[in-house]
Design a protein around this ligand. Structure first.
Ligand code: ADP
Length: 484
C-alpha cells in the first residue's frame, strides 16, 4: 500500500523527468507572460513616441502657418474678438489647406468650421478640446490603436487666456503602419513562444534519451546472457559515466558469480548422481533378491529407493539446466515418429501412476515431427507427472495428439486444481510455483520441471502453451513442426 499523508492523500513519487517538465513549464509560462507584458509596455512606449513625432511634425506646419496669420492681429483685436461670430470670422479668415479640422476653444465656447463639423460630431469635438486642454504639452492622441485615432494640438491665441486656443485635429493616417507593426509584434511573440517550447522539447529529448536508452538496455539483461550486458562508455553523457562504469563492474562480478554457480551446480549434480545411482541399484537388488525380508524393512527400503530415484531425477534436471546455461545441452531437431514417442510416454506413465490415463492415439495416423524423441518423452513424463501431482488420485488424465498439415500438437489434460490466470506465465520460470496450488501429503516439488520442459521444447523449435481454470483443471500443449 502506498504511504498516506496526514490528510489521507497517497504520496506521489514523481520521476525526475516529471519534476523537470513541470518546473520548466511553470518557468516558461511565467517567462512568456512576463515577456508579453514587458514587450507590450516597451511597444506602446516606442510606437507612441514614434507616432507622436510623425504626427506632431504634420501638425506643426499648418499650425505655424495659422500662427503667422494670427500674428497680424493686434493684441487688442484678438481680445476683442470673443463672440462666436467673431471667432467664426476669424477662422474663415485664416487660409489653411486643411481647414476642416480647425476649431477655437475660448471664452465664447467651442467654435468649429463647417468642414470639421461634417466629419466629427459635436461631442467628439468637445472631447478633443477637453483632452488637449488638460494635456500639459497641449498635445493629445484620442482613440489610440483604432482606425479612428486622431492627434490634437492647440496653440494659444495671442489674446491670452480670455481669447482661448486654436485647436487643430488630424486623423492619424499612419495607423496602417501601426497595424503592420502590431502584426509583426504578434508574430514575433508567437515565434518566441514556439521556440521556447521547441527548446524545452529538445532539452527533454537530449537529457532523457540516453536514460531511456539505458533503461531499454537494462530491461533486456538476462542472467544467462551477461556477456552482452556491459555498456560501452563511448559517447555517453559525462554525468552517467561513473554510474555506468560501476554498472559494468557489477556485471563482470555477476558474470563471475554466475559462472561459479553454474560450475558448482554442474559439478554437484554430476558428482552426486553416480553414488546415488549406486545406492539405488543396491537397494533395488536387495529388494529383488532378499525374499525373507521383514515387511517393515521392505517398506523402509522401498521408500529409500523412491527418494533416491526422486533425488536422481532432480539432479538430472539440474544437470540439464546447467548444461543448457553452458550451451552444452544437445537437443536434436530431426524427424522422429511422434505417435511412437507418445506411446512410450504413456507406457512409462501408466506403470508409474495409479490415475487412469486415457488417449485417442489409435485414431491418429503416424507422422513425423521435427525434434528429439527422447526429449519429448522426457517432457511428456514431466507434464503427466504434474497432472498426477496436482489432481486427486482417481481423477482421469488424457493425452491427446492432433496432427495437421504443418504441425503436431500433443496435449496433456487433467481435471486437477487448475492454475489462476495471473500465475500462468511464472510457472515456466525456474524455481517458481503457482500461488494457490497445493501439494498433497508426501509429494514434493522443486519448481524446475516446467522450466526444463520449456527449454527442451524451445530447443526442438516448438512451443508450449497452457490453458487452465482453477477448480476445473489444466491443459498443457506442446506444438512441434511436422516433417513434410
Ligand atoms: P514443480 O511441479 O516441481 O513445483 P514445475 O515447474 O513442474 O515444478 O511446475 C511449476 C508450478 O506450476 C508447480 O509448482 C505448480 O504450482 C504449477 N503446476 C504445474 N503443473 C500443474 C498442473 N497440471 N496443475 C496445477 N498446477 C500445476
Amino acid at each position: 500500500m502506498s504511504p498516506l499523508l496526514p490528510f489521507g492523500r497517497p504520496q506521489q513519487h514523481w520521476s525526475i523527468a516529471r519534476r523537470f517538465f513541470y518546473a520548466a513549464l511553470v518557468l516558461i509560462v511565467f517567462q512568456s507572460l512576463g515577456s508579453i507584458v514587458i514587450s507590450n509596455q516597451l511597444w506602446r512606449h516606442y510606437t507612441s513616441r514614434a507616432l507622436n513625432q510623425i504626427v506632431t511634425r504634420n501638425l506643426d506646419r499648418p499650425l505655424n502657418h495659422v500662427d503667422n496669420q494670427l500674428d497680424s492681429l493686434t493684441a487688442e483685436e484678438a481680445i476683442n474678438c470673443c463672440s462666436q461670430k467673431d471667432y467664426q470670422k476669424l477662422l474663415q479668415g485664416l487660409v489653411l489647406f486643411d481647414n476642416k479640422m480647425l476649431m477655437i476653444d475660448g471664452s465664447a465656447g467651442l467654435v468649429a468650421l463647417q468642414g470639421a463639423q461634417r466629419i466629427y460630431t459635436r461631442e467628439q469635438l468637445e472631447s478633443y478640446a477637453k483632452l488637449v486642454r488638460n494635456s500639459p504639452d497641449r498635445f493629445a492622441i484620442s482613440g489610440w490603436g483604432t482606425p479612428q485615432a486622431v492627434a490634437i494640438k492647440s496653440v494659444k491665441l495671442t489674446g491670452g487666456e480670455q481669447t482661448g486656443s486654436l485647436i487643430f485635429v488630424r486623423p492619424i493616417y499612419n495607423m496602417a503602419l501601426y497595424g503592420t507593426l502590431n502584426r509583426v509584434k504578434t508574430i514575433s511573440e508567437l515565434v518566441l513562444m514556439v521556440s521556447l517550447w521547441v527548446l524545452l522539447a529538445a532539452c527533454l529529448l537530449l537529457i532523457f534519451r540516453p536514460i531511456r536508452h539505458l533503461r531499454t538496455k537494462f530491461s533486456g539483461i538476462q542472467l544467462d546472457d551477461l556477456d552482452s550486458a556491459s555498456i560501452s562508455l563511448e559517447k555517453q553523457p559525462i554525468e552517467l559515466l561513473p554510474i555506468l562504469s560501476e554498472f559494468n563492474h557489477m556485471v563482470s562480478r555477476l558474470e563471475q558469480a554466475a559462472t561459479n554457480q553454474k560450475q558448482f551446480a554442474s559439478t554437484i549434480s554430476h558428482e552426486f548422481r553416480t553414488p546415488l545411482t549406486v545406492v539405488s541399484g543396491f537397494i533395488q537388488s536387495v529388494l529383488n533378491r532378499a525374499d525373507d525380508l521383514k515387511p517393515q524393512f521392505r517398506d523402509a527400503l522401498t521408500v529409500a529407493n523412491q527418494e533416491a530415484l526422486r533425488l536422481n531425477r532432480m539432479l538430472s534436471d539440474l544437470l540439464d539446466l546447467s548444461r543448457a546455461d553452458n550451451r552444452q545441452l544437445r537437443i536434436l531437431q530431426e524427424p522422429f515418429a511422434i505417435k511412437a514417442a507418445c506411446l512410450q510416454s504413456l507406457k512409462l506413465a501408466r506403470a508409474a501412476f495409479t490415475n487412469p490415463i486415457t488417449d485417442q492415439l489409435a485414431q491418429v495416423e503416424e507422422v513425423e515431427a521435427i525434434g528429439d524423441h527422447d526429449r519429448l518423452v522426457q517432457c511428456l513424463e514431466n507434464l503427466i507427472g504434474n497432472a498426477v501431482k496436482y489432481s486427486e488420485p482417481d481423477r482421469p488424465i488424457a493425452l491427446d495428439l492432433q496432427v495437421d498439415n504443418f504441425e503436431v500438437a500433443v496435449t496433456v489434460v487433467d481435471q486437477g486444481q487448475g492454475i489462476a490466470n495471473d500465475q500462468l506465465e511464472r510457472i515456466f520460470e525456474r524455481f517458481q510455483r503457482a500461488e494457490g496450488v497445493t501439494l498433497r501429503q508426501g509429494q514434493s516439488s522443486s519448481g524446475l520441471g516446467l522450466s526444463i520442459v520449456k527449454m527442451l521444447v524451445d530447443g526442438m523449435g516448438g512451443s508450449i502453451t497452457v490453458h487452465s481454470v482453477p477448480g476445473e483443471g489444466s491443459r498443457f500443449t506442446i506444438r512441434l513442426k511436422r516433417f513434410l
